[in-house]
Design a binder for this molecule. Structure first.
Ligand SMILES: [Zn+2]
Length: 442
């Protein structure tokens, strides 16, 4: 009996009525939005007004930070029926990180989005950088598709096919006409659809970043989006999310290997060079209006290399070298409630200060604490400071010696010591006037 029922159910699509627009080529448009930039709220609203839904590929570690969607906005976008997809935790080039870090970036992002209540099946890689290992990890983390940037016909690729097939020939390499920019016109968008129509139909996944007026090179004006969506609506062209086109079940969340335990920064003596004149495993950070100039120098404390920072112009903010703000390939693991003694050797022509960041459970990096000020030093001197207990939600830490005026600063031989005895550092207080969780310790 049960088999007979199933047999009928399986046969039903064959006998289904023809589609209402069967006289038109079967072209389907998908609006995909990368990064979760704040202005995408507007893009989501424009589509919603036309009864359309898009796919939003989210950098989960950026949600709630300046320039990105907040948690409430992301929830609203999902509640209006848009699809939420994954775009890693912190948006690195996945082909340039270790295999474990790559898996954390992909799997943990999907786990974050799942924890926030989204059913996540669609992925796109940062910078469109994919190799066989990334592709395998995307599948292992439970994604059923991955969109790429390009492969469909545009001016630069006159011989490319006009539309992706449905279902896509390779769901882990969904082709698109590339990124929309602020130069993209409504006519060009219409053309991408009529071109697909003329070649017998197919899938046209469009790639958007911001949706605001003149707010960046990749920003599409909401007016352009509105006019194009109205045109699609009037001519009856189907608009679907990536998941609606690709289909398939929602795979369970899979977790990546946790970061290695480690008691000192990787490349602590800055001997190994990384890309862009910065030591391997380190990155330059800072904020405000100033002009940091970074160079590797042979004026080392120990070994052969140190890192020099020159600041010829300064209005406000700071600049500093820090362990890469990642998911654990280079940054140090943090243990709840424990204190760390952070140190580095330095030479400086101006005062400096240790600045400490922590990674929360989502994988987002937060400014946490500032240590005492260290005096300028002509000879190598050691800056060190014991932090307050690490916040409960911290999973990793990174720190740097900040220069916050004109001058120069050379650093070398960084160290971290975990203090097994809890400290009672009553001279620290939390400041709430600048950024949450900033501590002032005197
Ligand atoms: Zn991106």
């Amino acid at each position: 009996m049960l088999a007979a029922v199933l047999g009928i159910a399986a046969a039903s699509p064959v006998t289904a009525a023809p589609e209402p627009h069967s006289s038109q080529p079967n072209t389907v448009v998908t609006f995909t939005f990368d990064d979760g930039s704040a202005s995408q709220s507007t893009g989501a609203e424009v589509l919603h007004r036309h009864g359309m839904r898009g796919t939003f590929y989210i950098i989960s570690g950026a949600i709630g930070s300046p320039g990105y969607l907040g948690h409430d906005e992301l929830r609203r976008i999902a509640e209006t029926g848009h699809e939420i997809g994954g775009h890693t935790v912190t948006h690195p080039d996945l082909t340039q990180v270790s295999p474990d870090e790559m898996r954390r970036q992909i799997c943990d992002d999907r786990a974050n989005l799942d924890r926030w209540g989204h059913q996540v099946t669609s992925f796109t890689a940062p910078f469109d950088e994919v190799d066989d290992n990334v592709r395998a990890a995307v599948q292992r983390c439970g994604y059923s598709s991955a969109r790429t940037m390009g492969g469909l016909r545009v001016r630069d690729c006159p011989d490319c096919v006009a539309a992706e097939s449905m279902p896509p020939a390779d769901p882990y390499e969904i082709r698109s006409p590339g990124m929309l920019t602020r130069e993209t016109t409504v006519d060009e968008l219409k053309e991408s659809v009529t071109r697909a129509d003329d070649s017998g139909g197919g899938w046209v996944p469009l790639v958007l970043h911001q949706t605001c007026d003149r707010c960046g090179p990749l920003a599409v004006s909401p007016r352009v989006l509105d006019e194009f969506a109205g045109w699609l609506h009037d001519r009856g062209t189907a608009v679907r999310t990536v998941h609606e086109v690709v289909g398939g079940p929602v795979a369970p969340v899979r977790h990546a290997p946790p970061p290695q335990e480690r008691d000192r920064p990787v490349n602590a003596s800055l001997e190994q060079a990384g890309p862009d004149g910065v030591p391997l495993g380190w990155e330059t950070g800072g904020w405000g209006t100033n002009t940091p100039v970074w160079s590797r120098t042979r004026d080392a404390h120990e070994g052969e290399w140190a890192q020099r920072l020159d600041m010829p112009h300064f209005t406000d903010g700071d600049a500093k070298l820090m362990s890469t703000l990642d998911l654990g390939e280079y940054s140090l693991p943090a243990r709840k409630g424990q204190n760390y003694t952070l140190s580095t050797w330095y030479k400086a022509t101006a005062p400096t200060q240790l600045a400490v960041y922590y990674r929360d459970r989502v994988g987002q990096w937060r400014y946490w604490a500032a240590g005492p000020t260290f005096a300028p030093a002509e000879q190598w001197s050691k800056a060190h400071w014991t932090t307050p207990p690490v916040p409960d939600e911290a999973t990793g830490i990174s720190f740097g010696l900040a220069l916050f005026s004109r001058g120069s600063l050379t650093t070398d031989d960084y160290g971290v010591r975990l203090n097994t005895e809890a400290s009672n550092d009553s001279s620290c207080r939390e400041l709430d006037w600048w950024v949450p969780r900033r501590w002032l310790c005197l």
